[in-house]
Design a protein around this ligand. Structure first.
Ligand code: NAI
Ligand code: X2X
Ligand code: MG
Ligand code: MG
Length: 348
């Protein structure tokens, strides 16, 4: 394990150099990895594991769209693709990748197959951390481990195919066999992570729920919407408002931030822009700080988890979700965005 200094704080990180793929294959050579669920993380992790040479099967509801998707991706019914219970029985490592709400309803079935020595694997700290709300309480004889890729399952797969890699955090909640550490690290390398950051189930879920509600997804849309509204009210056209709110950010400026940090992006903009950005960023920080504090408290209390359990376990939740996504898609800002995207020179 390497100790790496992150801006003054030392943290534990497992690197591919100290734990190469060959070692991961050796550690897991006698294991059957059963990936349960084939939504977003399921395909990314299962396909990467398979391509990396691990013994992996998929468990999915038969007669479902995702069963067909698994077949289309090359999983063979009766050989590498099974109904959930059969996969649970065959697997020695159960990668529990149903949606967080789905995990609650299928848990009584999963529990039956968790015989001593098996490992139960999550990609989110949700089920375990909020166990009073989810009822997910694993038996004592199994390892309970976590690999949480820091990004969408779609990116995990794409980046793997490009020969890159998406880093993940890892945690151990229960080490029943004494082998939880080598199992979790081997799985992390197997699913395509380059580096593995140490965490706990609780820290993973608190930070993840905050991040996706905050700057990664919720806050960013909120700030876009507010600026777009002001520009439109002041008479700017939709294309101008969209370009100055979203397009320039995603196409020109964020790639510079990704490459070399915020100061470098600023340094590559005009002195006029730099002066304004340096003056205004603290105002935005101060204005949003109370909202971020409220958000973290809601996560900590479990209220956010409860809201997502309640809404995602409704029978019509998919239809409602589709409706909400449609409203976003059909808002003027994102309609303008669709046209602006088409006009990117590389799309012609
Ligand atoms: N979406 C992502 O890229 C990321 C997801 N995660 C975590 O990975 C886990 C899996 O998430 P996603 O892939 O997004 O899940 P998802 O929402 O795509 O669902 C996965 C699968 O669960 C099945 N499912 C849902 N309810 C079910 C039920 N009651 N019975 C049987 N099957 C059911 C769905 O049909 C689907 O095949 C979650 O813990 C999530 O928090 C972690 C990082 C990123
Ligand atoms: C992609 C990811 O890591 C998220 C945003 O936390 C999620 O999909 O839950
Ligand atoms: Mg996440
Ligand atoms: Mg998340």
């Amino acid at each position: 394990m390497a100790k790496i200094n992150f801006g003054g704080t030392e943290e534990n990180v497992v690197t591919r150099e100290e734990f190469p793929l060959e070692k991961a294959r050796q550690v897991l050579k006698d294991e059957v990895i059963a990936v349960i669920g084939y939504g977003v993380q399921g395909p990314g992790q299962a396909l990467n594991l398979k391509d990396n040479g691990f013994n992996v099967i998929v468990g999915q509801r038969k007669d479902s769209k995702t069963w067909d998707k698994a077949v289309a991706d090359g999983w063979v019914p009766g050989k590498t693709l099974f109904p959930i219970e059969e996969a649970l029985e065959k697997g020695t490592i159960i990668q529990y990748l149903l949606s967080d709400a789905g995990q609650i309803s299928v848990w009584p079935t999963v529990k039956k197959y968790l015989t001593p020595g098996k490992a139960l694997y999550f990609s989110h700290g949700f089920g375990i951390t909020y166990k009073e709300r989810t009822g997910i309480i694993p038996p004592a004889g199994v390892d309970v481990i976590l690999i949480a890729p820091k990004g969408s399952g779609t990116s995990l797969r794409r980046m793997f195919l490009q020969g890159r890699g998406l880093n993940s955090s890892y945690a151990i909640f229960q080490d029943a066999t004494g082998k939880a550490k080598e199992r979790v690290v081997a799985l992390g390398i197997g699913v395509g992570s380059g580096y593995l950051f140490e965490t706990t189930f609780q820290r993973e879920v608190y930070s993840d729920l905050t991040g996706e509600r905050g700057t990664l997804m919720g806050a960013i849309q909120g700030i876009f919407a507010a600026q777009y509204e002001v520009l439109r009210k002041k008479g700017h056209t939709p294309s101008e408002a969209f370009n100055e709110t979203v397009e320039e950010l995603t196409q020109s400026l964020m790639p510079l931030v990704a490459e070399n940090g915020m100061d470098w992006m600023y340094a590559n903009c005009s002195t006029t822009a730099q002066r304004g950005a340096l003056d205004w960023w603290k105002k935005f920080r101060d204005a949003t700080l109370p909202v971020f504090n409220e958000l973290y408290e809601e996560v900590e209390k479990g209220n956010e988890a409860q809201r997502s359990i309640d809404s995602n376990s409704q029978p019509d939740y998919r239809a409602k979700l589709e409706q909400e996504l449609k409203e976003l898609r059909e808002s003027e800002m994102w309609q303008a965005g669709a046209v602006v995207r088409k006009l990117r020179p590389e799309n012609n």
